[in-house]
Design a protein around this ligand. Structure first.
Ligand code: HEM
Length: 361
């Protein structure tokens, strides 16, 4: 039996193969028409484009993500948001950090980066989930697409108002740099790429933050070393390696090809499983499944590879490793897991704990 008989796609689990596929876009295209993303977003987003078209759209958003803007624009805003959200947490009590901290923090930071701070945390989280569900609506459920349409109407109305404001008063946000560019890309593409950032920019930092906190609290020696030596960046990289927030990506094969002698015909789909690549025995021996911040530094694939490499990588590092983790554990240095059995990692395409109850000490 060919592996595709069960999944409809060839699954690639080795680090060298997932990297090869993402680094070879001519043969493994992102433009896979068999996914419901276009219907869910009411447009083709940059994640499903190749070559010059992809470059033009990615480039349009890029000025918002420069190192300079991260430092001068987003770091001060994110620090203030982190301080406010951490200050709201009640000392001495048990709280679930998913709804009280990780979700709202990720959403609020993203509204500023994208240029839509008038969106509420709840709206942004709801839209993000609907878009993700719609993009994964492989059963082509009409009811789910109807929810996507409603969310798209709400987003389009909010984007139009934000664009008017940003035309009059530009800033460094993704929406502003796109609409105020000398030669702007089409408005439909500006809207859909803001939507892909909403779909991709909340869950991943949220899930990464919860995973890292869980990794530290369930490994007290590492938690102590982390606080002692300020190893927050190591904890961040290890957390996203350990449980990759985006576990899989799909690509379309543009010509007959072979991987390790296995024939993959033109028109087939492949899935790169970065969750597996990040545990590859050839790189991590038999310890890939363990959280270990002292691990020797080797590149992981949590942010992908090739032309679609995550555009928000440095923003995510700054948000979590430089801002949130040190601040959170400065206020609650003796935080404990309140109910380890309640920490439920969930999801195949995107993954993280749905609950993280902790005692805030
Ligand atoms: C820990 C946090 C994050 C992780 C693990 C992550 C992971 C990824 C991965 C694996 C991809 C590539 C998908 C593929 O190859 O098909 C990607 C793409 C992308 N990410 Fe992230 N992401 C994170 C945070 C963010 C944030 C905060 C933003 C901010 C808006 C963001 C924006 C994007 C965009 C726009 C793309 C599409 C890039 C393209 O297609 O050219 N990500 N992300």
């Amino acid at each position: 039996m060919r592996p595709t008989d069960l999944t409809g796609r060839t699954l690639l689990t080795r680090a060298e193969d997932t990297e090869y596929v993402k680094d070879t876009p001519d043969l493994f295209s992102s433009n896979d028409p068999n996914t419901p993303m276009e219907r869910a977003f009411r447009a083709h987003t940059l994640m499903r484009k190749d070559g010059a078209e992809h470059q033009a759209e990615r480039g349009a958003m890029a000025p918002a993500f420069t190192a300079r803007n991260i430092k001068t624009c987003w770091e001060p805003i994110y620090t203030k948001i982190a301080e406010d959200y951490v200050a709201r947490l009640p000392k001495g009590e048990v709280v679930d950090l998913f709804p009280t901290l990780a979700g709202p923090f990720a959403a609020r930071c993203l509204t500023h980066l994208l240029g839509i701070p008038e969106a509420s945390d709840d709206d942004l989280r709801r839209w993000s989930q609907i878009l993700i569900d719609g993009a994964g609506n492989f059963g082509w459920s009409d009811a789910l697409f109807a929810e996507c349409d409603k969310a798209n109407d709400e987003m389009d109305a909010l984007f139009a108002a934000a664009a008017d404001r940003l035309r009059a008063d530009p800033d460094q946000s993704a929406m502003s740099v796109m609409i105020n560019a000398e030669d702007p890309i089409a408005q439909s593409q500006i809207w859909s790429n803001i939507k892909i950032a909403i779909g991709g920019g909340i869950n991943e930092p949220r899930d990464a933050l919860l995973t890292i906190i869980y990794g530290l609290l369930s490994n007290p020696d590492q938690f102590a070393a982390c606080k002692e030596d300020g190893m927050w960046m190591q904890a961040f990289e290890e957390g996203v390696r350990w449980v990759a927030p985006i576990q899989v990506s799909s690509r379309l094969v543009t010509d007959d090809t072979e991987i390790h002698g296995f024939h993959i015909p033109k028109g087939d789909g492949v899935m790169t499983i970065q969750a597996s690549a990040n545990w590859d025995e050839k790189i991590y021996g038999d310890t890939g499944h363990l959280f270990d911040i002292h691990r020797a530094k080797v590149p992981h694939q949590a942010f992908g590879n090739g032309p679609h490499f995550c555009q928000g990588t440095h923003v995510a590092r700054r948000m979590l490793a430089n801002i949130m983790l040190p601040l959170l554990f400065d206020r609650f240095p003796d935080m404990e897991l309140a109910d380890p059995a309640a920490v439920d990692f969930y999801g195949f395409g995107v993954r993280g704990p749905r609950h993280l109850p902790v005692l805030l000490k």
